[in-house]
Design a protein around this ligand. Structure first.
Ligand code: F6R
Length: 253
């Protein structure tokens, strides 16, 4: 895996937005895998700015999001469907029919199977954007998730529920389950970019990059993928040791 260490959240976001724009310019029919949460918010703002200024054309781009809560309707203000529409899709010239989120309503098992099939039918994900949990989850694949997992229902851990409670009026209102792309579904992406900012992600980043590959650290499976770039700020990278000294790591001061 390649690691790019930048100064701060803004520079992480600028780097990620530039990579998304480059992907779409190079292949205007790209299939993008997208994440929600605090980490990619600024990246999406910058993608919107470029879309306005230099008219990066999203007309024929398709998107597949990583996950969605179960237990709140997709129209809920805190659903990931709402997040994506408010933070990105409503502000770029994407065809909404080309945007996909797994559905947390109805038959979740069937939804998961269909979601993986739909990704396959679209030709697979060209560029997958990931955030990371403090417990090293990717999408909502919590520690203990099998490497062979596909899209389906997952139980959120206490630490994830606590982290996500910052958006809800009370922790009791945070859904306890979600539908998430599995590790195997994510690993099929042709190219993966993982973003992390802040000291609270430092342990997870060290375990992802320098740790042993294990179900206890779901993000560590990314070490097996042939094209992963981790874009981290100094705070999130502060526990990286040996990797900093390798040719696979670029540090921007
Ligand atoms: C979101 C997702 C999660 C988040 C992770 C980090 O779609 O799949 O894995 O990327 O929980 O969340 P933030 O960015 O809020 O710290």
């Amino acid at each position: 895996m390649k690691v790019i260490i930048v100064k701060n959240y803004e520079e992480m976001s600028m780097t990620a937005a530039a990579m998304i724009n480059a992907q779409v310019r190079e292949n205007p029919e790209s299939v993008l895998g997208l994440a929600t949460g605090g980490t990619p918010e600024r990246t999406y703002e910058l993608v919107i700015e470029t879309n306005e200024k230099s008219h990066t054309d999203f007309t024929n781009v398709k998107t597949f999001n990583l996950d969605e809560y179960i237990g709140i309707p997709k129209t809920h203000p805190l659903s990931y469907y709402t997040y994506m529409n408010e933070k990105l899709f409503s502000h770029i010239n994407i065809n909404k029919a080309n945007t996909h989120l797994p559905s947390g309503e109805g038959d979740i098992k069937a939804n998961g199977i269909k979601y993986d099939e739909d990704i396959k039918k679209a030709g697979g994900i060209d560029l997958q954007i990931l955030g990371i949990g403090e417990n090293a989850h990717i999408a909502f694949n919590e520690p203990g998730t099998s490497e062979n997992s596909t899209t389906g229902e997952v139980k959120l851990t206490e630490s994830t529920i606590k982290a996500n409670s910052r958006y809800f009026d009370s922790i009791d209102l945070v859904p306890k389950t979600a539908i998430s792309m599995g590790i195997a579904s994510i690993m099929k992406a042709k190219k993966i970019i993982l973003l992390a900012s802040g000291a609270n992600k430092a342990n997870a980043i060290r375990a992802t990059v320098e740790g042993t590959i294990s179900e206890l650290v779901p993000s560590s499976f990314l070490q097996k993928h042939p094209d992963v770039t981790i874009i981290v700020d100094e705070e999130a990278a502060k526990l990286l040791k040996q990797y900093r000294e390798t040719a696979m790591c670029t540090v921007f001061k």
